[in-house]
Design a protein around this ligand. Structure first.
Ligand SMILES: Nc1ncnc2c1ncn2[C@@H]1O[C@H](COP(=O)(O)OP(=O)(O)OP(=O)(O)O)[C@@H](O)[C@H]1O
Ligand SMILES: [Mg+2]
Length: 313
């Protein structure tokens, strides 16, 4: 495996600066924009751009033929949610190389799906897993290890190592959240992380940027944060799952009364978006919204001690 010192022109001192700024791997340098790299590592933009270009060359990231692109897409793997109908809705599970956005009101089950995924990602591929660990970026303090154990027991999955393979990073504000995401590359390789969760992507941003005049700044930062997450999903061939809240849409006279928060940025950068709502009795309904290739559709599921499950007809 190449180290950042192997990039032509990166000496010991530069490597130190890069590491201090959170660029630990060739991949992280290759996918950073020149300006981003320059600002964060204190380099001139010209040098930063050159390093980034060389790292891309070393990783063969520059030009892809459509055939190579197809090969890369054939590497897309799928992670089960533990619920057949939800997996089917997603085209066979949560796919790698993209961002899945779970949208819905409080208590609808976004966190429950994320917790279940942390259990299943550790399972063998033939059981719908990805044979790796999970990283849970928790912005609301709702991660519950006890619930992980309960889901695993409910599925008859051994629990000895289940919690050791979930790394929880608590983000206390949006700066902290962005910083954690910037530093993920190394830990993803080191700990064989096969799933990254950000629950929730938006809450800190919404709480901190109040008022119309701060909206452009918020959206710009959110945009960078999501770009970083998307690149991570692509480079490491893993799924990134983020949760999002809904906001009232007062202009919707006929349409749905709620819409996803985060505006166009999230709509644009999420690979797949699933809108969740409460159904009759204890059921939940999931619906795919504006997907580039998944058919529109809905499914019904329920939250149980086993995580999320199908509702028998
Ligand atoms: N062990 C369990 N068995 C059955 N249902 C459960 C269990 N644990 C939680 N739930 C249900 O899950 C729901 C809470 O879902 P969850 O915390 O995922 O919501 P959320 O969409 O993340 O909401 P928020 O926006 O507030 O974070 C509650 O309705 C609760 O009844
Ligand atoms: Mg939640």
């Amino acid at each position: 495996m190449n180290k950042i010192e192997d990039v032509p022109g990166v000496g010991l001192a530069t490597a130190q600066k890069l590491r201090a700024a959170g660029f630990h791997t060739l991949e992280s340098i290759a996918v950073a924009s020149g300006r981003e790299l320059a600002e964060m590592a204190g380099l001139t933009e010209e040098r930063a751009r050159e390093f980034s270009k060389r790292a891309r060359e070393m990783l063969n990231l520059n030009f892809l033929t459509a055939e190579e692109l197809l090969t890369r897409r054939q590497n897309i793997a799928r992670l089960t949610t533990g619920c057949k109908s939800l997996d089917d809705l997603l085209g066979g599970g949560v796919e790698t190389q993209g961002i899945l956005e779970l949208i819905g009101q409080y208590g609808v089950g976004k966190t429950q799906i994320c917790l279940a995924l942390c259990v299943f990602v550790q399972q063998p591929v033939e059981m719908g897993g990805l044979e790796g660990s999970a990283l849970y970026l928790d912005t609301e303090g709702t991660f519950r290890p006890e619930r992980i154990i309960e889901i695993a027991r409910g599925r008859e999955i051994p629990t000895e190592t289940i919690l050791k393979n979930i790394i929880v990073a608590r983000a206390f504000n949006s700066d902290h959240q962005v910083l954690i995401a910037e530093k993920l590359d190394e830990i993803i390789q080191e700990k064989n992380i096969k799933l990254v969760i950000v629950d929730s992507i938006i809450s800190h941003f919404r709480a901190e940027y109040l008022g119309r005049e701060s909206l452009p700044t918020r959206q710009q930062r959110l945009n960078q944060h999501l770009h970083k997450l998307l690149r991570m999903a692509e480079v490491f061939n893993i799924p990134v799952v983020v949760t999002n809240q809904v906001v009232a849409s007062p202009d919707a006279f006929f349409g749905p009364p709620n819409k996803p928060a985060g505006g166009h940025i999230l709509a644009h950068l999420s690979t797949n978006r699933v809108f969740l709502r409460k159904g009759k009795r204890y059921t939940r309904i999931a619906r795919i919204i504006d997907s580039p290739y998944l058919p529109e559709g809905e499914c019904i599921f329920k939250i149980t001690e086993k995580g999320v499950e199908d509702v028998p007809p």
